[in-house]
Ligand binder design. Structure first.
Ligand SMILES: C[S@@+](CC[C@H](N)C(=O)[O-])C[C@H]1O[C@@H](n2cnc3c(N)ncnc32)[C@H](O)[C@@H]1O
Length: 322
């Protein structure tokens, strides 16, 4: 694998920076955008996340695992509340359409775009991607086994309020244990059919038949975070083994393919792509996370890395990835 021009990392808002990428240059997108949880919102307020994480350390009631799902986190459920919630959903879809349109432009025909989402936001993400022109292929289940119920235990709450009939609500709660995240899988339209597309862009089908002859399920499980994944400065880091699996599923072994992550976080997609021998492009809005990515890449001893066009590792000449 050439060490030249392997990774391009860009700092800023992907809705603007995607415009700098070449049309029809990306072979696969694997990304994990904000899930529209109220206080994270679409703008990912890092300081607010940190403040809340610190605040919940001793609490048994507040949300400990942040990326749960869309909408407002609390408040009186009056008409105004539901109205604000609806507006929030519409704004989230509009925001997702902005980057979905750009993704369609930069992807090659047949390229897969896989977007992590919560059980409450996957519909919004899928609508935005389909509206941009992508074709829906599947929704994968990433089974986590780690969800904790977030909500109200009705019996306990009534007892606290002094209701003598509280026991009648034994077992009643306002939500279920959340054990999976969605991966919305869409595809840029084929060139007439799979064979033409494979011949033109090298993309289209899934690597669905496994080495033992079995068929890949659309439920993915058993992907725990490895011991080496100590980049927990970021609360939503995904297991690198899971991202590797997705890349294997979507991309043939051709080192010229470029993997893009427009919401790079700590760079899990980028590291997985580089490890598998592909080129990668990452965009991240938070400077803190750009630094984490850089540290992670340094430890992986990757070379030929560019941030905002500036070479930061290796002895290669400057250049573009795609
Ligand atoms: C859910 S996290 C991704 C975590 C990643 N999967 C990992 O394993 O580290 C989403 C990331 O998107 C970034 N982000 C939010 N809005 C953005 C935007 N408009 N452009 C680029 N990055 C953005 C956030 O700062 C955050 O790091």
């Amino acid at each position: 694998m050439s060490t030249k021009k392997q990774l391009q990392l860009m700092h800023g808002d992907c809705r603007e920076l995607l415009g700098l990428l070449q049309e029809n240059s990306i072979s696969c997108v694997i990304t994990d955008p904000p899930y529209n949880y109220e206080f994270i919102g679409r703008n990912w307020d890092h300081d607010e996340i940190q403040r809340r994480i610190e605040r919940i350390q001793d609490s048994s009631t507040l949300v400990k695992n942040i990326p749960y799902g869309s909408g407002l986190a609390g408040g009186v459920r009056n008409e105004r509340w539901y109205q604000r919630n609806r507006e929030n959903v519409v704004q989230y879809i509009e925001w997702a359409k902005d980057w979905s349109n750009e993704l369609l432009r930069v992807c090659k025909n047949g390229a897969i775009v896989a977007v992590f989402s919560s059980t409450r936001t996957l519909a919004h993400i899928q609508i935005a991607l389909e509206d941009a022109g992508f074709y829906a292929r599947d929704v994968l289940v990433y089974r986590r086994h780690a969800g904790i119920p977030k909500g109200l235990n009705i019996e306990k709450k009534l007892a606290k309020l002094g209701d003598s009939d509280a026991h009648e609500w034994n077992g009643w709660h306002t939500c279920l244990r959340n054990e999976w995240e969605a991966i919305v899988v869409v595809q840029k339209p084929l060139i007439d059919n799979y064979i033409n597309t494979i011949q033109e862009t090298g993309l289209g089908p899934f690597k669905a038949i496994l080495s033992d002859g079995s068929f890949q399920s659309n439920i993915l499980e058993g992907f725990a975070k490895g011991r080496d994944e100590k980049f927990d400065e970021h609360c939503t880091i995904k297991p690198i083994s899971l991202i590797r699996k997705l890349i294997d599923l979507f991309l043939p072994n051709d080192n010229n393919h470029v993997v893009l992550d427009p919401f790079a976080g700590t760079g899990t997609t980028l590291v997985a792509a580089l490890e598998l021998g592909y080129k990668a492009i990452g965009i991240e809005i938070e400077k803190n996370y750009i630094d984490v990515i850089q540290k992670r890449l340094d430890e992986g001893l990757f070379t030929g890395i560019h941030i905002n066009g500036e070479q930061i590792t290796g002895a290669d000449t400057k250049g573009e990835v795609a």
